[in-house]
Design a protein around this ligand. Structure first.
Ligand code: PDD
Length: 299
């Protein structure tokens, strides 16, 4: 059996039919939540988002997610107290019956608000638009997980601030769609010959027992899961090098895997049609996934 063409388990589930969402201070049914057409999120993709996993109803590494959101908001000049979103997130989990779910995630986005369309910021500033929802995450069965996925590479056409978790994700959307069109499970962005990260996850490769992943820079999102997996690897005595991975080297890796919220640790068994290692999921990804699941609970 070859690699799974798409993310096993379907990745994120479609919106729950009766889901309760959050919009600007109110919890309401998703189909009653509407945003004016002059919202700058709608017109310009002018906003920041964050996706936080929740295991057994507990937000995972919220302080780290919050810190990244605060950095993003500051970087694009939106004034908003993101700290208040913790209660919103917990409430979204509770109202959607996810407070006991094995694995769920909460999405929030903050846009620069509603104002007549001008490229520059509205003056005076508009109140930010704040939207959030929660959903279940279906972790693949161990058998599905162990099939791994195939990945293709694509030139990185994103802007040079991929470290900002901006809602404008056109290049990521096109990359993810390129994977679908190719019957692959995900796409790897390559900039100047260097393999950086996935369409919505970070990238690791293993060479002779040593892990490698792109260093934190403006060209990748500083993944919370990435940091967690580096810590796990440290606890397991696996060396990690944060360094550039040229594409020809990636093709020679013993193992390749993605990390991310809802991605967790996802092994890649094929890159651009070439088998990774012997073409099956390797021991490093397996140990890290098992360690990950043990640490977050469940299973
Ligand atoms: N994506 N790189 C990119 C480009 C991402 O979009 C993400 C997250 C990551 C992993 O970050 P973290 O481990 O903090 O989730 C890396 C989210 C889940 C999304 O867009 O849905």
């Amino acid at each position: 059996m070859g690699p799974a063409p798409a993310e096993p388990g379907g990745g994120l589930l479609r919106g729950l039919p009766m889901s309760i969402v959050y919009l600007n201070g109110k919890f309401l049914p998703a189909d009653e939540a509407t945003v004016p057409v002059n919202d700058r999120g709608f017109l310009f993709g002018d906003g920041i988002y964050e996706v936080t996993p929740a295991y057994g109803g507990r937000l995972f590494r919220w302080p780290q997610h919050l810190a990244r959101m605060e950095r993003g908001l500051a970087a694009i000049g939106i004034e908003f107290d993101a700290g208040a979103l913790k209660d919103v997130k917990q409430e979204l989990l509770a109202r959607n019956g996810l407070d006991g779910a094995e694995a769920a995630y909460v999405y929030v986005q903050v846009t620069r608000g509603v104002a007549p369309r001008t490229h520059h910021f509205p003056d005076p500033p508009a109140p930010p638009t704040v939207y959030g929802f929660a959903n279940r995450y279906l972790r693949p069965s161990m058998a599905e997980w162990a099939r791994g996925i195939g990945a293709i590479t694509i030139p990185d056409q994103r802007w040079a601030r991929a470290d900002i978790k901006a809602i404008s994700l056109l290049a990521n959307v096109l990359a993810a769609q390129a994977a679908v069109a190719a019957g692959a499970g995900n796409t790897i962005f390559v900039r100047d010959g260097i393999a950086l990260e996935g369409s919505h996850n970070n990238l690791f490769a293993v060479f002779g027992g040593v892990l490698a992943t792109a260093p934190k820079s403006n060209y990748i999102l500083h993944g919370v899961t990435r940091d967690f997996v580096i810590e796990l690897a440290g606890e397991m005595g696996m060396p990690v090098e944060e360094r550039a991975i040229p594409l020809p080297e990636l093709y020679e890796a013993d193992e390749v895997f993605f990390t991310g919220t809802t991605t967790e640790v996802k092994p890649v068994v094929e890159v651009d049609g070439r088998p990774v290692g012997d073409g099956t999921v390797g021991p490093v990804a397996r140990r890290l996934f098992e360690g990950f699941v043990a640490a977050v609970g469940g299973r």
